[in-house]
Design a protein around this ligand. Structure first.
Ligand SMILES: [Zn+2]
Length: 486
């Protein structure tokens, strides 16, 4: 940890001091420390930082190769101005665990949030806290109450806007709130903004003007599709959801992605017009995708297939990354936090266990640790009940729900290895979507190598030690028994 960061931790100002004063003190201390560290060197450049995370956004939904004619032209333009990482992998396909990995630069087993019922511990020191203490103006704008106040997401944000009474907000509302905040900022103070969008998450319900290309008959019968509708359809169809309805669900989902593209474009245009594109680093990613194959449908929380763990990742920072590049080396959305700190000229705390993204190789990381969530018994039945009702989708049996038992895994090279209650699984990692075949029994040598590599990674990234007051005692006991936390 840098002197600057460490000193701010020790000298935390009392809560009654206005935020603006704390920021001014932080900025002065940052400059003083920089002068001490660099002698008479000028103050390091401090760009604005804009982090955009989209919930449930599959990597294969974005069309980034050309702007002209792209299905997602606004994100294609951002990718043309920055670099697109094509093998970004989320460590867990669940909202809180993966978002907290984005914000802390640590795996879920390290920060301890291994399902959506646990809040981020108060000492987690997310990137928002470090940037706030270094003098950045910080604003968080999230679209779902699951990441609202009390979840721990709000740590380090002077301004934090999230739904409280409603479950979720559409992208346009979240971005309107962020734009109001940008308009209130002093031009000379750098900002860190986190904007979270939730539109692609179930229920699939795109805005009216983005439904034009969809099948009219299916739209009439199924204008919105979510668990409530899927359960009804299955009950009336002998436990089956047809190929036609599954395809329509995907079309509604894809239309939600178009809304994201449009709104992200509006956000980035407004920020660039006000602050200048050269002054603002933009990172765009997702917490996880959504499974529409391999026996897992309309779901992500119990899925470690590529549809759920492969995420988009675009970084616009021309000082570090050559514009328009595509990088195929293995990276993770967990790499975002150290990348933001490096952009701000701040030292990366030792607790952040991953390196920042690099150009041209992408990263020095060789592997990504995977984990499925653990749900206690009182949560599991509702999820398992769905599987009693929905037995087949698009002619394929639905895979059994496994989140009641632990599963750990590793992506390394071109292999993905998973170790769970049903034995070992080994997959060749290729396209960001499609059928994945377990070849563990045919490739025992690779399986054994990956198993050893997983054990070594688990030693390097030990499980968090959670305090009893942070978590329901019964859940804590289960998590400890499974080795998910200490
Ligand atoms: Zn999510």
């Amino acid at each position: 940890m840098s002197d600057a960061v460490q000193r701010f931790d020790e000298d935390r100002a009392p809560q009654c001091v206005p935020t603006r004063v704390i920021r001014a003190i932080g900025l002065a201390m940052f400059v003083a420390c920089a002068v001490l560290a660099f002698g008479c060197a000028p103050e390091p450049e401090r760009p604005n930082l804009l982090l955009i995370t989209v919930d449930t956004l599959r990597a294969d939904t974005l069309d980034l190769d050309t702007i002209e004619g792209s299905r997602t032209p606004r994100l294609a333009r951002l990718a043309a101005e920055g670099v697109a990482f094509r093998r970004a992998t989320a460590p867990m396909s669940l909202t809180r665990p993966s978002h907290f990995s984005i914000l802390t630069g640590r795996y879920p087993r390290e920060h301890g949030v291994v399902n959506n019922q646990i809040s981020l511990p108060a000492d987690a020191n997310p990137v928002s806290r470090i940037l706030e203490q270094a003098g950045y103006a910080t604003g968080g704008f999230v679209a779902v109450s699951l990441l609202g106040r009390g979840s721990g997401s709000e740590q380090g944000f002077e301004t934090f806007v999230a739904p409280q009474r409603e479950l979720e907000w559409r992208a346009s509302r979240v971005i309107d709130a962020a734009l109001s905040w940008f308009a209130s900022l002093e031009p000379d103070t750098p900002f860190f903004a986190w904007v979270h969008l939730f539109d692609p998450h179930q229920p699939y319900d795109p805005p009216a003007d983005l439904r034009a290309g969809l099948d009219a008959d299916l739209l009439l019968r199924h204008p919105v599709l979510g668990w409530q509708q899927f359960l009804e359809i299955a009950k009336n169809s002998g436990g089956q959801i047809s190929f036609e309805v599954a395809r329509h669900a995907r079309a509604l989902y894809d239309a939600e992605v178009l809304a994201v593209d449009r709104e992200v474009g509006r956000l980035v245009d407004s920020v660039d017009a006000r602050f200048g594109s050269d002054e603002t680093v933009v990172i765009f990613t997702a917490d996880h995708g959504e499974c529409f194959e391999n026996g897992v449908w309309f779901e992500h929380s119990d899925c470690l297939f590529e549809g759920a763990v492969r995420v988009p990742l675009i970084v616009r920072d021309p000082r570090v990354f050559a514009p328009g590049k595509r990088v195929d080396s293995l990276v993770s959305n967990t790499d975002v936090a150290p990348t933001l700190l490096r952009a701000a000229g701040l030292e990366i705390p030792q607790a952040m266990s991953v390196p920042p993204l690099q150009d041209p190789s992408g990263t020095s990381r060789r592997e990504v640790l995977l984990q499925n969530p653990f749900y206690p018994a009182d949560v599991l039945p509702a999820r398992q009940r769905r599987q009693v009702v929905i037995r087949r989708v698009a002619g394929e049996s639905v895979a059994p729900f496994e989140s009641g038992s632990p599963k750990l895994g590793l992506v390394r090279g071109n292999w993905k290895y998973l170790r769970g209650s049903r034995g070992d699984e080994l997959y060749a990692v290729g396209a960001p979507s499609g059928r994945e075949e377990n070849v563990a029994f045919r490739n025992r040598e690779v399986r054994d190598e990956m198993s050893n590599a997983l054990d070594a990674a688990l030693d390097r990234f030990p499980a968090a030690s959670l305090e009893a007051e942070e978590i329901n005692p019964e859940l804590l006991q289960s998590l400890r028994a499974l080795g998910y936390v200490q």
